[in-house]
Design a protein. Structure first.
Lengths: 188, 144
């Protein structure tokens, strides 16, 4: 319709505007590439880090071993709270590291999730037993209350019962230093 | 002959026992695979479960997932609904622990409001631009 008008005289887009769609497209490609090459971290961290441990009182998972009452975590000393299960393969991988931490004098408390006494006993006799107390979280409610999204997970809790750090996944040898640092921080 | 029958029965018994064993570690939470007796409550629980993310198989809702933790979450939702808690309070409880990621229902927060505002702004902008295009050309010749 505007054919009779002189196109030169009306609105010719300035030089940089011509490149704008290409630049947008390249930006989009860069975004896709970043997403492809560096996939996002899919771990769901607990939102309770820095907050007090929720109150719970779990019954003993093994005969002759106390269960886990959250009051124990406020006794003035830092603790490791390890969420684990006999059916969890990475839990076997982290067992030696937990054993080393326990031998270093750190109280390791266990929450055993959706497990049976027999399986748990087998697991501990095969992989070692670093736990002072083991609470049986049969329906997984305490796991949910702690904002834990899988096994194994390990919480560093300071002497006042505040969660200072959450380790997601198995503890490998290279993580021990970091955990010891966090425990030392928790002691202050 | 009778020995054969006993063997056969034993074999059948074993076959029947295997699924029961496999289910053992699935979930020990009471309402993971059991609906609430009150249909109205179950409906409420179901609606909420469909909008909560399974933390292990993250594309699924806890209503769709067979992961053990999803079973625990279903049981938690059903038990709390049965105890009279409001669905949004349960969602809030989970968000407090897992962050917004656990919920599929988007919330407007200081971080997310542009997601809702930008499309509205774009539509408004497009409307203004188009109006100028259509009306500015020949004055009143708007109708086709």
């Amino acid at each position: 319709m505007s054919g009779k008008k002189n196109p030169e005289a009306t609105s010719r887009p300035s030089a940089w505007v011509i490149w704008l769609p290409l630049a947008l497209f390249l930006g989009f490609v860069a975004l896709v590439l970043i997403g492809l090459l560096r996939p996002a971290d899919r771990n769901v961290a607990s939102a309770l880090v820095g907050k007090p441990m929720p109150q719970f009182d779990l019954p003993p998972a093994l005969p002759g071993r106390p269960g886990l009452d959250s009051k124990v975590l406020t006794n003035g000393k830092p603790h490791l709270v390890n969420i684990f299960a006999s059916w969890c393969v990475p839990c076997r991988i982290e067992a030696p590291q937990l054993g080393a931490l326990a031998r270093a004098g750190i109280p390791v408390e266990g929450i055993s999730v959706r497990d049976s006494t027999e399986n748990l006993q087998n697991f501990l006799s095969e992989n070692g037993d670093p736990y002072q107390r083991i609470g049986a979280d049969d329906d997984g409610k305490v796991q949910l209350a702690l904002g834990s999204s899988g096994v194994p997970e390990t919480y560093v809790v300071d002497g006042k019962g505040t969660i200072v750090y959450q380790h997601i996944g198995e503890i490998r040898p290279e993580h021990i230093g970091l955990l010891l640092d966090k425990l030392k921080e928790a002691e202050k | 002959m009778s020995r054969f029958v006993t063997l056969l029965l034993l074999a059948l018994g074993l076959v029947a026992a295997v699924p029961a064993l496999a289910q053992q570690e699935q979930s020990t939470a009471p309402y993971a695979y059991r609906q609430l007796d009150d249909p109205a409550e179950e409906e409420k629980a179901q609606a909420l479960m469909e909008t909560l993310r399974c933390l292990q198989c993250q594309g699924q809702s806890i209503a769709d997932s067979d992961a053990p933790i999803a079973g625990s979450m279903r049981s938690l939702v059903r038990e709390r609904i049965a105890a009279g808690e409001q669905p949004e309070a349960i969602r809030g409880w989970l968000i407090e622990r897992y962050g917004d990621y656990v919920s599929y229902a988007p919330r407007i927060t200081s971080l997310t409001w542009p997601l809702f505002a930008v499309p509205a702004v774009l539509v408004l902008l497009a409307f203004l631009l188009l109006r100028r295009r259509f009306t500015g050309k020949s004055g009143q010749g708007e109708e086709a």
